[in-house]
Design a protein around this ligand. Structure first.
Ligand code: ADP
Ligand code: MG
Length: 253
């Protein structure tokens, strides 16, 4: 199957720091990819470059056959118009560690906001789909509640419904359960498990090694801005090759 996303020779530099050091990363439609690695290894930066929350320093990114950033021969990064940026954001749903729900809006309005504003869906159409999505994450009964009235796990499930509402090509999860109490991470992982089974294309940065092992078609280990090793869950967890991965696994498992 064709790659839905292709990132080539991606470099992202911050002042005095090489967050991504010549990374190649691609995804096929329907794939679940888990990214693991120590803190500061560039996992979040990689996700943020996919949806243009960060602009890459150099490299090329192709989503759905559309190359939207391409810097060859040492040329300066191509800057995107606001319209292009909006399109890319619409193709990728991002789920953050700290939910980032709009606090002044009900759950249903959180889910419907972007489809109405960006995709110009009618309010009725957006709400219908919004209710279906809230139902899918087990929160139909919270449609009219505000984020402050929800538990962390519930907030994260609303955030997932909100991401899905745009029908993105790829869902990006950046440590979606790291801010949750251990006893409620399960309800969020269950929703993600379901999405993975339905072949939603998704990238999950996670410290939940058991979960990564269970759902990922492919696991990527990053360290110091590079992809050090990648393979099936079995290859990565059962027979790690590099010393850095072995060390990392022994520190987290
Ligand atoms: P991870 O998600 O794996 O913990 P990050 O992608 O957040 O790692 O960070 C990778 C590196 O880039 C780190 O050294 C971090 O300090 C640096 N970094 C990330 N974001 C910024 C930023 N906005 N400004 C400067 N440095 C940053
Ligand atoms: Mg991070």
């Amino acid at each position: 199957m064709e790659d839905i996303l292709q990132m080539k020779n991606i470099v992202k530099q911050f002042a005095g720091c090489m967050a991504l050091d010549n990374v190649d990363f691609s995804m096929k439609k329907g794939e679940t990819v888990a990214i693991i690695g120590p803190s500061g290894s560039g996992k979040s930066t990689l996700l943020r470059c996919i949806n243009c929350l960060e602009r890459i320093t150099s490299g090329s990114i192709t989503l759905n056959g559309d190359t939207f950033v391409d810097t060859k021969n040492g040329q300066k990064a191509v800057y995107l118009s606001d319209k292009q940026l909006k399109n890319i954001c619409a193709e990728t749903g991002m789920i953050f560690q700290h939910f980032n729900l709009f606090p002044h809006m009900t759950c249903l309005d959180n889910v419907c906001y972007a489809p109405i504003k960006v995709k110009k869906h009618s309010r009725k159409e957006a709400q219908e789909r919004g209710r279906q999505l809230l139902d899918m994450v087990g929160l139909a009964h919270k449609a009219d509640a505000y984020p402050a009235q929800l538990s962390g796990g519930q907030k994260q499930r609303v955030a997932i419904a909100r991401g899905l509402a745009m029908n993105p090509e790829i869902m990006l999860f950046d440590e979606p359960t790291s801010a949750l109490d251990p006893e409620i991470t399960g309800e969020v992982l269950n929703v993600m498990r379901k999405l993975s089974k339905e072949h939603t294309t998704m990238v999950i940065v996670t410290h939940e090694m058991g979960f990564a092992r269970e759902v990922a078609d492919r696991v990527i280990f990053m360290d110091a801005g590079k992809i050090v090793e990648e393979g099936t869950a079995e290859e990565i967890f059962q027979s790690p090759k590099s010393d850095r991965l072995k060390e990392f696994l022994s520190s987290v498992l």
